[in-house]
Design a protein. Structure first.
Length: 253
């Protein structure tokens, strides 16, 4: 990832995807004074480093900025004394500039699909990596999801399971309800896709989380916590420890 970030052109590509996520190769090519092959080469390296995720939409291939690897480095190396300032500035920048209607995140976890699915759908486990929030559901298609605490099961949000194919794919709606500013954003959709990589002792999983059907200019509180959630999920599954950062503590409070 450091190699990918070392090149100014690749950093410029990431800035361009931050400005407008989900762009095609042709759209990106128009913004850089280089050949189509040159842009493809830089995008390929960014994808290999995990900083960019591509998804097919019909005949088009869209490219999305994936901040999760940067979040993992942040959680390990950024001083706990500077983190609140970094998080605050990042949130401000996102609220001023983000206009995307779709966010795509990708992370690799050394675990099995079954264990990863269990972590996502088991309330006792999910509390460990999603800011202590309790998620109540049986995770079957058509079932309700409540987000809150044992005392107030739905005070943070709710949703409905649209698709459930354990341990590969889970799709559900999301309504955030912890404040008037996020209630106004309405209903969005979250898709979890689990792909096993390798076999036996070397097996791991690629988890792709897509948060879409977001209103243009959506309040970043609705989707901004996913990098921390996925970073915490990876840490808990691989080490059995909770990932505690000043940012996660601020969410819990």
């Amino acid at each position: 990832m450091f190699r990918a970030l070392a090149d100014p052109t690749r950093r410029a590509l990431l800035d361009e995807l931050f400005r407008e996520d989900g762009q095609t190769l042709s759209a990106l090519e128009e913004r850089f004074a280089m050949t189509r092959f040159g842009v493809m080469k830089h995008l390929k390296l960014l994808e290999e480093s995990g900083l960019v995720v591509s998804k097919r939409r019909g005949r088009e291939k869209l490219h999305f900025l994936n901040p999760v690897p940067i979040r993992l480095l942040h959680d390990r190396w950024v001083s706990k004394y500077t983190e609140p300032w970094v998080a605050g500035l990042s949130s401000l920048k996102s609220s001023l500039e983000s206009i995307t209607m779709e966010k795509v995140y990708e992370i690799y976890v050394k675990t099995t699909p079954e264990r990863l699915w269990e972590a996502i759908t088991t309330a006792e486990i999910r509390r460990h990596f999603q800011f202590g929030v309790t998620f109540t559901s049986d995770w079957r298609a058509g079932s309700t999801i409540l987000m809150g605490s044992d005392e107030e099961p739905s005070f943070l949000g709710n949703g409905e399971v649209l698709e459930s194919d354990p341990p590969r794919r889970l799709v559900h709606t999301l309504n955030s309800t912890w404040g008037d500013d996020v209630v106004a954003e309405g209903t969005s959709r979250v898709t979890w896709e689990i792909t096993q990589i390798g076999e036996g002792a070397d097996a791991s999983c690629c988890l792709t989380l897509t948060h879409d059907q977001l209103r243009e200019g959506c309040n970043p509180q609705v989707y901004g916590g996913w990098p921390m959630v996925l970073s915490g999920l990876k840490t808990w599954l691989e080490t059995g420890e909770d990932l505690t950062t000043p940012g996660s503590l601020m969410y819990k409070n």
